[in-house]
Design a protein around this ligand. Structure first.
Ligand SMILES: [Zn+2]
Length: 165
């Protein structure tokens, strides 16, 4: 087994074990090695492979390790770039979110807020009792269902996943 320190085209560095260097070559060509951080398959060996190129160690005074590797102590240090649980929004998602916000801002700016009277107001407009205008407000799922069944068209106000960045 041989350990290589690999880097992807985005600059993430991670370590991986291979049967031998030929196995590494084969897996790279077959795009079987992916970056654990960004899943890129464009990975290559880096020159800074501390575990592999042991002969190039500069510190000669370090005592050589006499301990044979045992399963109990083979707890490797975590890779330098441990994926974090934080969600990243892609530019498209960010864009989409901004559009939603625009739409919502536009709606709330140009429509009358009628609150819980929304079903009532929507119905009045639908049956010609009041003039058509843009309104927004609240409706329970049951009320929304009733409105739909009466053929009254309305749309749910877009809800943003998160207001703060
Ligand atoms: Zn990467």
């Amino acid at each position: 087994m041989i350990r290589y320190t690999l880097a992807c085209d985005k600059g993430d560095v991670f370590e991986s074990w291979f049967q031998n260097s030929a196995a590494y070559d084969k897996q790279v060509k077959a795009a079987l090695i992916t970056c654990p951080v960004c899943n890129s398959v464009k990975v290559e060996k880096t020159m800074m492979a501390p575990g592999v190129l042991g002969t190039k160690k500069k510190r000669r005074d370090a005592p050589p390790s006499q301990m044979p590797p045992s399963p109990q102590q083979s707890s490797h240090t975590p890779p330098p770039h441990t994926p974090s649980p934080a969600a990243m929004m892609s530019p498209q998602e960010r864009d989409f979110r901004n559009k939603l916000k625009e739409l919502r801002d536009h709606l709330t700016k140009n429509a009358d807020y009628v609150g819980r009277k929304f079903p009532e107001e929507a119905r009045k407009m639908h049956y010609g009792e009041t003039e058509h205008r843009s309104i927004y407000g609240e409706a329970t799922p049951e009320q929304a269902k009733d409105l739909h069944e009466e053929g009254i068209e309305f749309h749910p106000l877009p809800v943003l996943p998160d207001e703060h960045n």
